[in-house]
Design a protein around this ligand. Structure first.
Ligand SMILES: *[C@@H]1O[C@H](CO)[C@@H](O)[C@H](O)[C@H]1NC(C)=O
Ligand SMILES: *[C@@H]1O[C@H](CO)[C@@H](O)[C@H](O)[C@H]1NC(C)=O
Length: 511
C-alpha cells in the first residue's frame, strides 16, 4: 500500500532540513507536503542519510529483550551475526504447519515473519515470499486483508478462514520489513536495498533448517511500494546465486544454497516513476470508469508533468537524495493531491475514502486484533511492540532518503536475462499505482525482448471458471496482466480470479 497523509512532524523536519541544506529546493511549499507510502536504493552519497538518521535516532523504537519461549533458534556459519527465533502458532490456519518469530540481524534489527505451509502438497508446492509496500506498511495487511489463510473480522475480535488463500497451493512467508514496520523493530536504514541482504540471510538460515523446502521453486510477490523492494531483493538473490555480489566476493562464504528464484510478481507497483507519473491525469479523466476530476484539473496535472519528469530524470541521473527528494515532493503534490482532495479512495476510484488516511476501516480492526497480548504471545511478539498497519515515520524517512523516485526498474532486465520470470499485474480501478502507468512502463522497459513484447497481441484472460477477468500481454519471461474490476489490493477485490492467476503463474502455465 502506498499511503499519503499529512503530518506536522513532516513539516517540522522539512523545516530543519530546509535550513540545513535544501535552500535551493525549487519553490516547493514545504508545509503542504503529503507523506506517501511506497520503498528504497543504496546511496552512493551517504551524507544526507546520516543527517536524517541522526534526527530520527530518538524516534526509533528501542525495545528491551523479551524472554520468549522459542520452539527453536536457528543459526548459520556463513551469517554469524544472524539468527532466527521461531514459534509454531496454531491460529489463523490450524490445518497447516506454521512458523512465526524474528530474524535478528545483529542486536539492532529484528524482522518479524510468519510462514504458512501449503494446504495442498507442501513437499512439492513452491515457496512464496509476500511483501506489502508503503513504505512502512505491514505485510500482515496482505495476510489479513488480501490473500492470507485467514481474514480479521470487522470487529477485530477474531479471524475468518479464507478459502481463496494463496497458501492453497504454495507455502507463503509474510515478512515485515524494513525495520519498525508491523511487528518488526530496531534501528534500520531507510532504503529499499537495505533489507535485501537480510532477506537473503533469512532464506539461507531457513532453508538450512528446513531442507525439504530448499529445493522447491521460490517466488517473491508483493504490491505497491514493493515494486521497489522486489527488484532489489531479487537482484541480491540472483547476484548471490551467481557468486558475483560484492558480499560473496568479499566473504567467500561456504555452505550456501542456491535459492531457486523462479519468478517475481509485482501487483500495482511503483517501479518506474518517470513513466508512471505521466498517467495520473489519464486515470482520473480517461479511465473506463469515467472521469472523477474536472477536465481542467486533469489538464493542470498534464501541464505539470514536464516539470515533474525533469525532476525525476535528475533523480535517476544522480542517485542523490538532494535530487530525488524535490521530485517526490513536487510530483506527489501536483499529481496525487488534487485527487485526494475529492475524498475518493486513492486505492480504488470507484469508492470514497473511509476510515482515515488508509481508506479501509478494516485496517483499524486489524490493528486492534494485532495489538492483543494473547495474539502477540502466540506469535512470539513482545507485548511492548506496538503494531501499526502503516508506520508514517518510516514512510517519511524513505522520502527524505530520496528512495521514492529511484529507478528500480533498471534491476528487472538482468532478472529476465537470468531466466527469472516477471509478472506485472494491475487492478484497473486503482488510482495511486494505476494500470495505465504500469501498462506504459512495461512497454518502455529496455530489455532484449522489448520489441517482441510490444508487438505481442493482447489477449483476454479467462479464469478456469470461464470468466473474462482481464487482459494479458506476454513475451518470453515477461508478462503484464490487467485485472478488471479490481483496485490497488487485487486479491481483496477479486479473490477467486487472483488465486486463479497466482496458481497458474506458479505452475508455469499461460495466463
Ligand atoms: C491445490 O491444493 C488443493 C488443496 O488446497 C488440492 O485439492 C488441489 O489438488 C491442489 N491443486 C494442484 C494443481 O495441485
Ligand atoms: C481522453 O478521452 C477523450 C474522449 O474519450 C479523448 O478525446 C482524449 O483524447 C483522451 N485524452 C487522452 C490524453 O488520452
Amino acid at each position: 500500500m502506498i499511503s499519503l497523509t499529512r503530518s506536522k512532524l513532516g513539516g517540522a523536519i522539512f523545516l530543519i532540513i530546509g535550513i540545513l541544506a535544501l535552500c535551493h529546493l525549487v519553490t516547493a511549499r514545504l508545509f503542504d507536503q503529503p507523506e506517501i507510502f511506497i520503498d528504497n536504493f543504496k546511496w552512493s552519497n551517504d551524507d544526507f542519510s546520516e543527517i536524517t538518521e541522526h534526527i530520527f535516532d530518538n524516534l526509533d523504537q528501542v525495545k528491551t529483550k523479551y524472554d520468549n519461549k522459542w520452539a527453536k533458534v536457528l543459526t548459520h556459519n556463513a551469517f554469524p551475526d544472524y539468527k532466527i527465533k521461531l514459534k509454531e502458532p496454531q491460529m489463523c490456519d490450524p490445518t497447516v504447519q506454521q512458523y512465526s518469530g524474528y530474524l535478528d540481524a545483529g542486536n539492532k534489527k529484528h524482522f518479524f515473519f510468519w510462514f504458512f505451509e501449503s494446504r495442498g502438497n507442501p513437499l512439492n508446492d513452491p515457496i512464496v515470499l509476500w511483501l506489502n509496500g508503503g513504505p512502512g506498511c505491514s505485510s500482515l495487511t496482505g495476510l489479513y486483508f488480501e490473500l492470507g489463510p485467514c481474514a480479521v473480522n470487522e470487529e477485530g475480535t477474531d479471524t475468518i478462514f479464507n478459502p481463496h488463500s494463496w497458501n492453497n497451493n504454495a507455502s507463503v512467508i509474510f515478512l515485515d520489513q524494513p525495520i519498525n514496520v508491523g511487528y518488526s523493530y530496531g534501528n534500520g536504514v531507510s532504503n529499499s536495498l537495505a533489507a535485501a541482504t537480510d532477506v537473503y540471510a533469512f532464506l539461507q538460515i531457513f532453508f538450512k533448517e528446513f531442507p525439504q523446502y530448499a529445493n522447491l521453486d521460490f517466488h517473491i510477490a508483493g504490491e505497491s511500494y514493493a515494486g521497489h523492494y522486489i527488484p532489489a531483493i531479487a537482484a541480491e538473490i540472483n547476484n548471490n546465486n551467481k557468486g558475483t555480489s560484492s558480499w560473496i566476493l568479499a566473504n567467500q562464504p561456504k555452505n550456501l544454497k542456491h535459492i531457486n528464484l523462479d519468478s517475481v510478481l509485482i501487483g500495482n507497483g511503483l517501479v518506474d516513476p518517470l513513466v508512471q507519473y505521466k498517467y495520473y491525469a489519464d486515470m482520473a479523466c480517461n479511465s473506463s470508469y469515467g472521469p472523477v476530476l474536472q477536465e481542467s484539473t486533469c489538464q493542470q496535472m498534464r501541464d505539470a508533468y514536464p516539470q515533474c519528469a525533469s525532476m525525476i530524470q535528475r533523480c535517476y541521473d544522480s542517485s542523490n537524495a538532494f535530487a530525488c527528494l524535490p521530485a517526490s515532493m513536487y510530483c506527489n503534490r501536483e499529481m496525487i493531491q488534487p485527487y485526494q482532495q475529492t475524498g475518493l479512495n486513492v486505492y480504488d476510484i470507484r469508492k470514497p475514502c473511509e476510515g482515515g488516511g488508509l481508506c479501509y476501516p478494516i485496517l483499524k480492526a486489524i490493528e486492534k486484533f494485532s495489538n492483543r497480548n494473547d495474539i502477540k504471545t502466540e506469535l512470539g511478539v513482545d507485548p511492548s511492540v506496538e503494531y501499526k498497519s502503516c508506520n508514517m515515520e518510516i514512510n517519511f524517512k524513505f522520502q527524505l532518503a530520496g528512495d521514492w523516485m529511484r529507478p528500480y526498474h533498471l534491476l528487472i532486465p538482468p532478472l529476465l536475462d537470468s531466466n527469472i520470470r516477471v509478472l506485472v499485474y494491475a487492478g484497473d480501478a486503482d488510482f495511486i499505482c494505476n494500470w495505465f502507468g504500469n501498462d506504459a512502463w512495461v512497454k518502455e522497459l529496455e530489455w532484449s525482448g522489448k520489441k517482441d513484447f510490444n508487438d505481442a497481441k493482447v489477449t483476454s484472460w479467462k479464469t478456469s471458471d470461464g470468466e473474462q477477468a482481464g487482459e494479458v500481454r506476454t513475451f518470453g519471461k515477461f508478462t503484464f496482466l490487467r485485472v478488471y474490476e479490481a483496485g490497488h489490493m487485487v486479491p481483496y477485490d477479486q479473490p477467486r480470479a487472483s488465486l486463479d492467476f497466482f496458481n497458474r503463474w506458479l505452475s508455469k502455465g499461460d495466463l
